[in-house]
Design a protein around this ligand. Structure first.
Ligand code: MG
Length: 511
């Protein structure tokens, strides 16, 4: 059959792109973990070369021709020839990636790269000096370029549709509104109620936890979660991340040395969640372009399920706390399990998104989403961002930052041209809660296993239900087939209410 030859040729070309990208990932990993300071410049050149080669292969005229022969268009991204689910998913995935490489004229690509590179360094200076006026002209240029890119992508009906679709295929602004509007209402009410309750004791986090024992704790939990030592590594970097260098080489990083070793602990569990996803791709997608997370939201659901739904749960600590006490007997020896459990789940409105707890986190995201959509619609000017940011912070969390580094200048994303990215962080929480509910339906003994330190049944469930498929199915398709319904934020909010009612006591959390 001729279409099989076309598909095979596409797969051969895709394999080269896959290999190039993992080679670049190795250089990137090296840069973040051990590259000598003076070698940064040439490393950027090396990375730019590999990126250029991958672009050429993705945008190659023969790829355009093969995708056309297979019938892939915006309306029929899976093609129009008879294919298996995995092959149709492959065509759709390749078509999406190809299209992103060819739909922007080259001068726009160059201008975008130049502007974001300048804006990132200006943003870093502006953040240091709390000077928004310094950053505003750069941000304006980026917003204009983003609008132009959205127009050229021709996805959906609202300019934001093209932006969110880049990171969360198939997601739209209308769908985000359907989810975020009620979620915001529920979360702001919950935060306001929690604020009136007495706060858990957390003073024991301020003690000196020996670095060596922090390391032991990180390695212990990785081994316990089943992170395979012969298919990955744990290293140290300034900002924790996960990177895939091959089908059997997925590396994660953490950072130690903060006074509270549990920041490092939860960050290690979080990255392990990302890593286990990348290590779980099945044979049908192994080694090709489909061996990739299907969306940033699903990726984040994996990390957050392990971090929050498992490792911040009461059963987890009921089983694990004794070992941690033995590791830090001088500090935690006299701290009761319940006190510790409440401390790691403390809810406290704060300015910085990356430090936010499980309840307030999604509100930080919705704030950014509202600003991004208003910028795209032209109902908000860049100059007004600081004031509107602070007003929203006050409405959502009841706090007002007194400097811009704690407000609108805190994140690197906008200077890097990442618009439409933030919502995926909150989607991760929502997908995670909905999928976890399905996991508990299928595995009635799940929380008993967690308490006993047996994580294999849950990991196997994730592999079977999600990991094995890579990008074959979109987030929406996965959610529908696993849980029987589209995204429903009610699972996340009812999880939060139940958990924090139990921790904070008092009158029940209504709404
Ligand atoms: Mg993450």
């Amino acid at each position: 059959m001729q279409h099989e030859d076309w598909l095979n040729e596409l797969k051969e070309r895709g394999r080269e792109i896959y290999l190039l990208e993992h080679t670049a990932a190795l250089l990137g990993w090296d840069q973040e973990t051990c590259l000598p300071e003076k070698a940064v410049e040439e490393r950027s050149e090396q990375l730019a070369l590999l990126e250029g080669l991958a672009h050429e292969k993705l945008a190659h005229p023969r790829v355009t021709e093969l995708l056309e022969k297979l019938g892939a268009t915006l309306e029929t991204p899976k093609g129009t020839v008879p294919l298996t689910d995995v092959d149709a998913g492959y065509v759709r995935h390749f078509f999406r990636r190809h299209r992103r490489e060819v739909c922007f004229p080259e001068d726009l690509v160059r201008e975008f790269a130049r502007r974001t590179s300048i804006a990132q360094s200006v943003w870093a200076r502006a953040r240091k000096s709390n000077d928004f006026a310094l950053f505003a002209p750069e941000l304006k240029k980026i917003v204009a370029l983003i609008k132009e890119r959205a127009r050229l992508l021709k996805v959906g009906t609202h300019p934001y549709d093209a932006l969110i679709d880049t990171y969360e295929p198939g997601m739209t602004k209308a769908e985000l509104d359907r989810i975020f509007i009620p979620l915001k209402k529920e979360l702001t009410a919950l935060v306001a109620q929690i604020k009136t309750r007495p706060q858990p004791q957390t003073d024991f986090f301020n003690a000196e936890y020996p670095l060596e024992d922090q390391r032991k704790l990180g390695n212990l939990i990785l081994a316990r979660l089943g992170y395979p030592q012969d298919r990955g590594r744990l290293d140290v970097s300034a900002h924790p991340f996960t990177t895939t260098l091959g089908a059997d080489d997925v590396r994660i990083t953490t950072r130690y040395g903060e006074p509270n070793p549990f920041n490092s602990f939860f960050s290690t569990v979080h990255e392990a969640g990302h890593g286990l996803y990348e290590l779980g791709f099945g044979d049908a997608v192994r080694g090709n372009l489909l061996a990739d997370g299907t969306s940033l939201g699903i990726h984040e659901s994996q990390s957050r399920s392990w971090e929050n739904l498992i490792a911040r749960s009461r059963p987890f600590w009921h089983g694990f706390y004794g070992e941690v006490q033995k590791l830090f007997p001088g500090i935690l020896g006299e701290v009761p399990e319940e006190t510790f459990y409440q401390a790691i789940n403390r809810v406290s409105p704060s300015f910085i998104r990356v430090d936010a707890d499980e309840v307030t986190y999604s509100l930080h995201v919705i704030l950014r989403y509202e600003l991004e959509t208003a910028l795209m619609e032209g109902t908000l000017e860049v100059e007004d961002l600081p004031r509107v940011w602070d007003d929203k912070m006050e409405q959502f969390l009841g706090i007002r930052p007194d400097k811009l580094s704690l407000g609108v200048l805190q994140d690197v994303h906008w200077s890097a041209g990442l618009f439409g990215y933030f919502p995926t962080y909150a989607l991760g929480n929502l997908y995670g809660a909905q999928l976890f509910r399905a996991a508990r339906r299928d595995l009635p003994g799940l929380m008993d296993d967690v308490e006993a330190g047996r994580f294999a049944p849950f990991l196997d469930w994730l592999r079977r239900s999600i990991h094995q498929y890579g990008s074959t199915y979109t987030a929406g398709e996965l959610l529908q087939s696993i849980t029987g319904e589209p995204l429903n934020p009610g699972y996340f909010t009812s999880y939060l209410k139940e958990k924090y009612q139990d921790i904070y006591g008092g009158e029940s959390f209504g709404g």
